[in-house]
Design a protein around this ligand. Structure first.
Ligand SMILES: [Zn+2]
Length: 62
């Protein structure tokens, strides 16, 4: 099973509701086009590159 590099990018806070996410970047062998929105609907990030961003909820917003 292949493993790909993962990089911790630290925390990001939603500017709309204040939810805090831990962000990890993961390299992929193929180009990924995706985006992530907070559970409140606020766009947090969009990307189109050979990697993806994974958001883990740490603290819920208001
Ligand atoms: Zn939010």
């Amino acid at each position: 099973m292949a493993t790909w590099d993962e990089t911790e990018l630290g925390d990001e806070t939603c500017s709309n509701c204040g939810a805090v996410y831990s962000v990890t970047y993961k390299s992929l062998p193929l180009k990924d086009k995706d985006d992530f929105r907070c559970s409140c609907g606020q766009p947090m990030r969009s990307w189109k590159e050979t990697g993806m961003y994974m958001y883990t909820l740490i603290s819920e917003g208001e």
